[in-house]
Design a binder for this molecule. Structure first.
Ligand code: NAD
Ligand code: 6OD
Length: 501
């Protein structure tokens, strides 16, 4: 993405034309080296100007995090940290409306979605990891030695250190707090790099964390882009002890290369090309409603969204007609309108990418059952990055549109004849994030769900979360799992103590 930059000297006052979105380092908001525009995807208007962090700001942020790790934060008991995290959850709820406004402003998503999913989960993430860390035990073994003697082995869990948290734009606050809460629960300090597309909620969260009593330097936020900007400066910084990242698979590769010389641990939640499988024995009304949700939620911009739908041939036409009807019923509109179900894509650049797949699908012989174009509103919304919820048939697994992640409101419907074939088609991908099986046969549901080569396999539901369960993917979809104690595994380093008794 080519940023529109303006010269913003480090000492410059805040730009007057638009809200300034600053870096947060060592407990204070600081200017960056340049400014770039944050555009509202709803109508293309200017929301604010973001202060891009340069090398000096990233250095300062890492140094502040290191100093805080070595200070009182590093000596805080688990109980005190858990209490603080619960206080953060309360503080998020007190500033709920402000966070909704920040998230909606940056993404254009429906306000109802920001309330029910993004901001609600931010508070839940802090409470959940306060609980997890409070109940976490230690490995300990009484080791029997020759001659009847024994040794006691016990593993202490120490913080990983200064953790870089790099997150994308689709669920900005949810995904940031999903990583920040366990990182803090485990006693780390962090430098956060939000997406250049969604700087606002992370900046507001920094303020909320400070109000809730999180000490200076424990959480630092630097703004900017990836390669050649704050993202790369952070991942190549010698003061970083680990990187937790959510975003595109190709960015994950770049970050692996960046940390390789210093052999730092990574946790990656990456892209997906997720399949749903619909058997003829499924409750079709429920399945169609579920498919509509898994394909179109957040305008298809959720890593878990379904982009490949395999349907048993006997019910193919029914499912196709039902889903096309659901797609046509989605209501695109302003975020504050409670009737709006679907917002714009995040940016014009992302719309160009999604539209290029719409064109490719036509070249690959797709039949359009719904959408396929850019909607026209006849008002200011025409300046936004809108696209129609779309549905294709006539494609198969050999087509690029069925193999590559689009990350937009679109899926391809493909028929199958046997359970074996359905599993093979679903697993025929380099990704491996999530899958959904729709069936009324309980045994088949378990059988098929277990054979899916993914990190998360749902049956008769989608995106139903228990925050204690492992979340992540295989193949191009990631490395490692986060959630409950799985997160603590990444955010801590064990030291084993062995005492001969
Ligand atoms: P992205 O990879 O382009 O950017 C994500 C973050 O990485 C941004 O903050 C960006 O500035 C930063 N970045 C980019 N290049 C970098 C580099 N070289 N070094 C350091 N940082 C860099 O992803 P996106 O477009 O923001 O988000 C969409 C992608 O995220 C999709 O592929 C989606 O599937 C994936 N995603 C995955 C999950 C998951 O849990 N598996 C969740 C959400 C999104
Ligand atoms: O719900 C979550 O915890 C999570 N990590 C969701 C990721 C969604 C991807 O866009």
């Amino acid at each position: 993405m080519t940023p529109q930059t303006t010269s913003l000297p480090a000492t410059a006052p805040a730009p007057r034309t638009a809200r300034a979105i600053r870096n947060f380092i060592d407990g204070e908001f600081v200017d960056g080296v340049r400014g770039f525009d944050k555009i509202d995807p709803v109508d293309g208007s200017l929301i604010g100007q973001v202060h891009e962090a340069g090398a000096a700001e990233v250095d300062r942020a890492v140094a502040a995090a290191r100093a805080a790790l070595d200070g009182p934060w590093g000596r805080m008991s688990v109980g005190e940290r858990a209490r603080l995290l619960r206080g953060v959850a309360d503080a998020i709820e007190r500033r709920f409306d402000d966070l909704v406004a920040a998230e909606v402003g940056d993404t254009g998503k429906p306000e109802t979605l920001a309330r029910d999913l993004d901001v609600a989960r931010a508070a839940a993430n802090f409470r959940s990891f306060a609980d997890t860390v409070s109940s976490a035990g230690l490995d300990s073994f009484l080791t029997e030695l020759p001659g009847g003697r024994t040794a006691l082995n016990y593993a202490l869990r120490k913080p990983l250190g200064v953790v870089a948290i790099i997150v994308p734009w689709n669920l900005p606050l949810l995904l940031l707090t999903w990583k920040l809460a366990p990182a803090l629960a485990s006693g780390n300090t962090v430098v956060v790099k939000p997406s250049e597309e969604t700087p606002s909620s992370a900046t507001l969260l920094a303020e909320i964390l400070a109000e809730a009593g999180v000490p200076d330097g424990v959480v630092n936020v630097v703004h900017g882009f990836g390669a050649g900007s704050a993202g790369e400066l952070l991942t190549t910084h010698p003061g970083i002890d680990g990187v937790t990242f959510t975003g595109e698979s190709s960015t994950g590769s770049a970050i692996m290369r960046a940390v390789a010389p210093r052999v730092r641990p990574v946790s990656f939640e990456l892209g997906g090309k997720n399949a749903a499988v619909v058997f003829a024995d499924a409750d079709l009304d429920t399945a169609i409603a579920g498919l509509a949700r898994s394909t179109y939620l957040n305008t298809g911009q959720v890593c878990l969204c379904t982009e490949r739908i395999y349907v048993e041939r006997a019910v193919f036409d029914d499912v196709a007609a039902g889903l096309a009807e659901q797609a046509a019923r989605l209501r695109l509109g302003r975020p504050e309108d409670p009737a709006t179900t679907t917002g714009p894509l995040i940016s014009q650049a992302h719309r160009d990418k999604v539209r290029s797949y719409f064109e490719l699908a036509q070249q690959e012989g797709a039949t359009l059952l719904a959408g396929g174009g850019i909607p026209s509103f006849g008002d200011a919304l025409d300046g936004g990055s809108w696209i129609e919820p779309t549905l294709w048939t006539g494609l198969d697994n050999s087509h690029r549109t069925v193999r590559e992640e689009v990350f937009g409101p679109v899926a391809a419907l493909i028929p199958f004849d046997t359970e074996e074939e359905a599993v093979a088609l679903a697993n025929d991908t380099d990704y491996g994030l999530a899958a959904v099986t729709w069936t009324s046969d309980l045994s088949r549901g378990h059988r098929v769900a277990q054979r899916m080569r993914v990190g998360m396999s749902w049956v008769n539901t989608w995106y139903l979360r228990d925050l204690r369960s492992p979340f992540g993917g295989v193949g191009l979809s990631g490395i490692g799992r986060e959630g409950g104690h799985h997160s603590l595994e990444f955010y801590t380093e064990p030291t084993n103590v062995c005492v001969q008794l």
